[in-house]
Design a protein around this ligand. Structure first.
Ligand SMILES: Cc1cc2nc3c(=O)[nH]c(=O)nc-3n(C[C@H](O)[C@H](O)[C@H](O)COP(=O)(O)OP(=O)(O)OC[C@H]3O[C@@H](n4cnc5c(N)ncnc54)[C@H](O)[C@@H]3O)c2cc1C
Length: 215
């Protein structure tokens, strides 16, 4: 799109601004607005409004990162998933896989006709099935995302240096600016995230109504 076709508007919010663009686009829009990591914003020549050093991060132990790809709001943000950056995450999964393999050899499962498929996975054919090195290879070459990003604008108490928003979903350091989407989930849940996301949004809607219906 050429610049001459873009219209610019100044919009004044009488009550508050609610950002609900999702776990990837909410941090992107914040960073485009000069709210984010100083070191990242410096690279894009952004006037810094608020420095959230270490605050735009996600995932337990291994932490991913969402960064600006460019100053253009119409280009995609850069997503660094960073799976297994922390060795403890991979060790935990190896323990789980080892337990699962053991379970497959119990009479209870054998009698039900269960059989563990021991075909070597692509990329791991030089390893012996079931060894720690095999599981490590299987995890590093076959792990995929199932589209559940969270925690890029983490909710937390003021003394939590990773927190971007407070329990009312208001951005620390900025007045009347609320984030209401999956980006505020502090840690990745064990299951799929649409239900916790809906709960967060419903609760957020109640907070907004409670605040403004009274005034
Ligand atoms: C393919 C796929 C399958 C999934 N399957 C499941 C599943 O089976 N079960 C489950 O629990 N979860 C599933 N999820 C995850 C779940 O859908 C998301 O995690 C959930 O929607 C998270 O919501 P969010 O808050 O990140 O915002 P989103 O749902 O991403 O909503 C953000 C909204 O903001 C809009 N937006 C973004 N930027 C702008 C902008 N600049 N201006 C205006 N609007 C903007 C977007 O168009 C979007 O409508 C799936 C996700 C994907 C991608």
């Amino acid at each position: 799109m050429k610049n001459e076709f873009i219209s610019y508007y100044i919009v004044i919010a009488k009550k508050e601004v609610i950002l609900s663009a999702g776990a990837i686009n909410s941090p992107q829009l914040l960073m485009l607005s000069g709210i984010g990591l100083k070191t990242v914003l410096d690279d894009f020549g952004k006037a810094l409004i608020l420095d959230f050093t270490c605050r735009i991060t996600s995932l337990p132990k291994s932490r991913g990162r969402v960064k600006l790809g460019s100053n253009d709001p119409l280009t995609n943000a850069l997503i660094y998933s960073n799976y297994f950056a922390e060795e403890s995450d991979i060790q935990l999964l190896i323990k789980g896989l080892t337990i699962g393999a053991k379970l497959s050899r119990t009479n209870a499962l054998i009698n039900k006709g269960y059989d563990l498929i021991t075909d070597l996975l692509p990329g791991c054919k030089s390893f012996t099935f079931g060894t720690e090195h095999y599981w490590m290879c299987a995890l590093r070459t076959n792990t995929k995302s199932i589209n559940h990003p969270v925690g890029t604008c983490k909710m937390g108490l003021y003394n939590d240096t990773d927190a971007v928003v407070d329990p009312q979903r208001m951005i620390y350091g900025i007045v009347k600016f609320r984030v209401v989407d999956a980006s505020i989930i502090p840690v990745i849940p064990r299951g799929n995230i649409i239900v916790p996301t809906i709960i967060i949004i419903e609760k957020g809607a109640d907070m907004i109504k409670n605040k403004w219906q009274k005034s």
